[in-house]
Design a binder for this molecule. Sequence first.
Ligand code: BES
Ligand code: MN
Ligand code: ZN
Length: 475
Amino acid sequence: MSLKVQLAKNTAAASHRIIICDKASAYAGFLSKEDAAQAKAAFDAKQPTYQSYSGGKSVTLVMVDNTRPEFKLKEDTRRAAYGVVKFLNGQKAGEASLENAAANKELGFALAEGAILSSYQFLKYKTKEVKPNTLVKLLVNENSLSKKELEELEIITKANLIARDLINEPLSYLTAEQLSKEIVKLGKDAGFKVEVFNKKKIESLKMGGLLAVNRGSQRPPTFNILEYKPSKAKNKKPFILVGKGVVYDTGGLSLKPTPNSMDMMKCDMGGAATVIGTMYAIAKLKLPIHVVGLIPATDNRPGEDAYVPGDVVTMMNGMNVEVLNTDAEGRMILGDALAYADKYKPELVFDFATLTGSAKAAISGLATAYMGTASDEIKKKVETSSKNTHERLVEFPLWEEYAPLIKSDVADIKNVGGPDAGAITAGKFLECFTTYPWLHFDIAGSAYLMAEDNYRGKYATGVGVRLMVDFIKNY
Ligand code: BES
Ligand code: MN
Ligand code: ZN
């Protein structure tokens, strides 16, 4: 069960109250003298929350520090929500209320957002010892959240959790064809158009990269086109989102060194999940922007007919790629998708991909590495969205001096760039297939966490969805 948020007139009567405050006067009225003094001490010691409970009832003060910059203040509040949700589930509370008594009016949204994201559970495959959260309802005071904000909150958080669900699904369920079915279902629900190309169509389009990676598989690839085109779109040419849809990455014949490196590789369609979640949200929110999603999907496996190191693959745009490592498969399928994007004469193209261990090694799961040829103005907007959502970004350079690292002796380029700057040489590879302003987001670290990180959760984080919805909203 997930956490359902409802607006309520009277929130004071609830057995479990959550109150956001930024000064003692906000809560002095409804705590006992003794409690208020303790709360003040906690406040002065810069504790994020103070709890008073007795007889099955509780009041939780979320104490925010107004001197922090706005975006930190919002993040502090989301993160405090995680602790409150843990506490209330520990108390076996079913319902809680929320009031925002702080000066910043956006903190009600931030707290509810953090609470919903913290309440996520992936229980589909649990038959024993199932421990669903008890806290299933949050009554938010009407003064703390508008109807419109509530609707937005519900859509954006649902979109993030849809992405998490897709990533947490193992290959035993989520094959490329099943991924396409999920996309079709979500398109119907949210109101975006979906077209799925089968293997025959992919062959006729000469998507050599996608076909090469798929050769080791027992199952066909798919190429998915998601389109949301509102009648009053502000942009004449579409904005395109490309997502890596490797439903499982064994490395292919260049098999990943076992035992642990493959454990998380069901997450290799994380980029696809970002695109799907984003399309879901913008269609539901009816944002006035024309957006197209492109998702090449396959698993990457060794197999009798798998592509091999040394192979030369002709990509959709006619470029020849020397394959020196079959584990560098993401760029092979993305190269074709980026070439396909050309057909739309796009205004701007972003791609999301769990592309390199190098990006993860450089910045861990805390941030996404991004790079590309889009204007400084676009990069600035993306960074603003990054602050708004606290989905952190670090820009990597794409200097021309890196280009020689992927030059091939036998073909135009090779699919590996050597031991140094792996995230960047992967980006340089992708750049070869772009003819428009473009940004690449390497989410190899941030898409999937092996240890729980607050409201971002454990395992799939759904990273990129909140970032992109904010970006498109402010486009
Ligand atoms: N899917 C992996 C990257 C990855 C690593 C995602 C860790 C999530 C967590 C990608 O396909 C890959 O194998 N990249 C190789 C490229 C190398 C062979 C040039 C890598 O980063 O090691
Ligand atoms: Mn790989
Ligand atoms: Zn991969």
